[in-house]
Design a protein. Structure first.
Length: 429
């Protein structure tokens, strides 16, 4: 019996999708308020030319490792949390990786729903004079978003077919409004950052904005028809959209001092368009959080693909409730720590499938129990990612442990990959 059947996750041939459908999911995930914020931070410390270089290098690195993870997902038909059982053991993948991914996705769903709810209430009050409690807006929009995710990949696909073109039009229009109202061309031509941002910091910021997205590539690329479609959907879905959204955030920051497109459009007298942009951007990103969170929760609870929709609903509703009661803002440091852990287990997965299994699905197997070499390599890689990526800054008691070096998530991938191969060889001896 193959690994798909044993895990309860299998993608039949008739459910495989064309590469453009998967690319649209990635584009929808990329276009969000947090990406605009990352672009705004880049714009505050770099010229547009150096921003472009940093963005292309950063997302190029993400695309590189997400293609490896995505192709393995396409080959095996398995989501990331299940595939991790090859390098970490079934129990390691089930209880460690699934927990990290589930908490990360549920947490970020809650934060996005909270931001959307608060902004929706604020903008409606400005437009109509009627005040809607932010917690109520968070519940309503959170419920709408999770209902879309419960339809599975088809729900994500059709949402993005509609929302992505609309979002791109609104973003370009918002940038045009900012240029016209603020003499944008002159502002950009004369711009010199007050405090220049180092290129390595900019690359790290870019990678960090989509590190988790690249790590869960298998959740979506398992629907691809072949390896070539994985590469096309990943590169086309991430690089152009990532460059566009971060550059828009950078230009808005330079021209208006404000990265948020919805705020810019509201100030320009078109709040309705700004509201559409805010909701659509949050929606397309949050359905991926709910979907992947539900998959990871299914693996954690020992459920199969058929019952993952229930887990998707639970994941989204838990995130919505946390957003409504206003406590998610207190967990951002904890979520940042979890996100630093994610690339490290990607390293051991890549080493296991592409080096030990030679990239052949017939050589891949999910190990029973907890696999020591994989778990040790993962833990050390995660620590290195936190140590060198500035993650401990969020925790005052551990801030002295920070040792900035290159790009934290990349360091975690490389260290865990190398250590895994060494530990496996030692274990055999």
């Amino acid at each position: 019996m193959n690994e798909q059947k044993k895990s309860g996750f299998m993608i039949p041939e008739d459910q495989r999708q064309n590469w453009w459908s998967i690319a649209l999911v990635w584009i929808g995930a990329m276009i969000c308020v947090s990406s605009l914020m990352a672009g705004g931070l880049l714009g505050s410390g770099m010229t547009l030319g150096t921003c472009v270089i940093a963005i292309l290098i950063g997302f190029g690195i993400v695309c590189f490792y997400m293609c490896f993870v995505g192709i393995q997902g396409c080959d095996t038909g398995l989501p990331t949390a299940v595939m991790a059982g090859g390098a970490l053991g079934e129990m390691g993948g089930k209880y460690v990786v699934s927990t990290i991914l589930a908490l990360s996705c549920i947490g970020w769903f809650g934060i996005q729903a909270g931001v959307c709810g608060a902004s929706f209430s604020s903008m409606m009050a400005e437009m109509t004079g009627y005040s809607i409690p932010a917690w109520l807006s968070s519940i309503v929009w959170g419920a709408i978003m999770v209902s879309t995710a419960c339809f599975g990949f088809k729900g994500l696909k059709w949402l993005n077919y509609i929302a992505v073109p609309l979002l791109i039009i609104v973003l370009i229009y918002g940038l045009y409004v900012a240029f016209v109202n603020n003499d944008g061309a002159e502002a950009i031509a004369n711009y010199t950052p007050a405090t220049p941002m180092p290129m390595v910091t900019a690359i790290s910021l870019t990678i960090g904005s989509f590190a988790v997205g690249g790590s869960i590539a298998a959740d979506y690329c398992r629907f691809a028809k072949n390896r070539g479609d994985v590469i096309k959907s990943s590169v086309v879905g991430v690089l152009p959209s990532g460059l566009l959204i971060l550059l828009i955030g950078a230009m808005l920051s330079i021209i208006t001092g404000q990265y948020d497109i919805s705020v810019v459009l509201t100030a320009a007298g078109v709040p309705a368009i700004g509201l559409i942009a805010l909701i659509a951007a949050t929606w397309t990103t949050n359905v991926t959080n709910a979907y992947s969170g539900g998959l990871s929760l299914s693996v954690l609870l020992g459920l199969d693909e058929k019952r993952s929709r229930v887990c998707t609903a639970v994941a989204g509703l838990v995130g919505t409730v946390l957003a409504a009661v206003g406590i998610m803002s207190h967990f951002e440091a904890f979520l940042s720590l979890l996100c630093a852990f994610v690339p490290a287990f990607v390293g051991v997965m890549i080493a296991d499938y592409w080096v030990l299994c030679k990239g052949k699905k017939e050589n891949f197997k999910i190990r029973s129990g907890v696999y020591g070499p994989g778990m040790i390599a993962f833990v050390i890689g995660a620590f290195v990612a936190c140590l060198t990526g500035g993650t401990f800054t969020y925790f005052p008691a551990l801030a002295s442990l920070n040792v900035p070096f290159f790009v934290g998530p990349v360091n975690g991938v490389v260290v865990s990959m190398i250590l895994y191969l060494i530990f496996v060889k030692l274990a055999k001896k």
